[in-house]
Design a protein around this ligand. Structure first.
Ligand code: TXA
Ligand code: MG
Length: 314
């Protein structure tokens, strides 16, 4: 398959309307989209990524009006969160409208909905004129792509079109918040922090604090794995420097030149922005070990540590 590269949201949207799949930028990571009401088109996403069919997709909307066609009932709590955080890096899980194809929700009775704030995503979604189901635009199990060049390296020849934008801003995926029950539960930490959510709805909890919590299907699959082995360290002095070892973190190693590659980040936000790009660069340079400095699990640190722990799991 020839993969068309374009900077035109209009041109990319024409592929969606024709039932094809398109990679597009969002403020979190690049997504791989298809018309959410066309099950044959959505099927192509799973094929291109090699994604397990039991993992539901997030549906991306251009405007609040599209939510009514996707969710069966939007609670007052959900509306307050939507009001505050849409558009932005938050996915809200609601009871699904019966018209949403079951391939999108992997047979669940809920659906994840998100409105990206990235200006190119907004132009693209508006031109699609239909909600767009989209997972991250990586091969299943690999880190999410934060540049169109990484999407191209992952999926060239497997998808119809790549809509080019710059590097994504947040760098890790959206927060997934289950609003289908009384206590909103964070199923995946991400761009919107627990603290931010609790300002609007104080009873919001992390799902892993709740016994017998429902698991998000995506959280049980292998994720974010570079080819190199990922080792977590509290301080750079714990890392073993060598030409085939890389280091990323908040503090500079005293012997930085002895590593094959290092990246210093001045904040957790900068660390999240760099992480997946760094993983892909380490793979291009054939690094054997990537040392990642741990961060405290506050604010964006929760999402960042979640990605680091998963990447370190083999
Ligand atoms: O930032 C993001 O969220 C990016 C961009 C492209 O929007 N998308 C993304 O999609 O990360 P994906 O498919 O890689 O991750 C979606 C996560 C998975 O863990 C999936 O299991 C969960 O959201 N999810 C989707 N629908 C769900 C539902 N109805 N109930 C529970 N979890 C759901
Ligand atoms: Mg993903």
């Amino acid at each position: 398959m020839n993969t068309v590269l374009t900077s035109s949201p209009e041109k990319a949207a024409a592929f969606i309307r024709a039932g094809d799949v398109v990679a597009f930028p969002t403020e979190t990571v690049y997504g791989l989209g298809a018309d959410s009401f066309n099950p044959d088109a959505v099927e192509k996403i799973f094929e291109a990524k090699g994604r397990p069919q039991d993992n539901p997709l997030i549906v991306h909307v251009a405007n609040l009006g599209q939510i009514e066609g996707l969710a069966a009932d939007v609670t007052d709590t959900a509306w307050r969160l939507i009001d505050r955080f849409f558009p932005g890096p938050l996915t809200i899980i609601l009871r699904r409208h019966p018209d949403v194809p079951s391939i999108v929700t992997a047979g669940l009775d809920t659906v994840g909905i998100r409105m990206p704030s990235h200006p190119v995503a907004q132009e693209f979604l508006t031109a699609c004129d239909t909600p767009v189901a989209a997972p991250s635009a990586n091969l299943s199990g690999r880190p999410s792509p934060t540049s169109w060049q990484t999407v191209h390296a992952n999926l060239n020849g497997r998808i119809s079109c790549i809509l080019k934008g710059g590097r994504t801003d947040v760098g890790i995926e959206s927060t997934v918040l289950d609003c289908s029950r009384r206590t909103p539960m964070v199923l995946r930490a991400g761009g919107v922090t627990l603290e931010d959510l609790q300002e609007i709805v104080p009873r919001t909890r992390m799902a892993d604090e709740i016994p017998d919590r429902p698991l998000s299907p995506g959280q049980v699959h292998r994720h974010y794995v570079p080819n190199a082995s990922v080792q977590l360290v509290s301080h750079p002095s714990e890392a073993q420097p060598s030409a085939s070892a890389a280091f990323i973190g908040l503090d500079a190693p005293s012997n930085g030149a002895a590593f094959g590659l290092t990246r210093m980040c001045e904040s957790k936000e900068a660390y999240a922005h760099e992480l997946f790009d760094f993983f892909y660069e380490c793979d291009r340079l054939d690094m054997e070990t990537i040392y990642c400095q741990k961060v405290d699990e506050k604010g964006l640190g929760r999402g960042l540590m979640d990605r680091l722990l998963r990447a370190a799991q083999r």
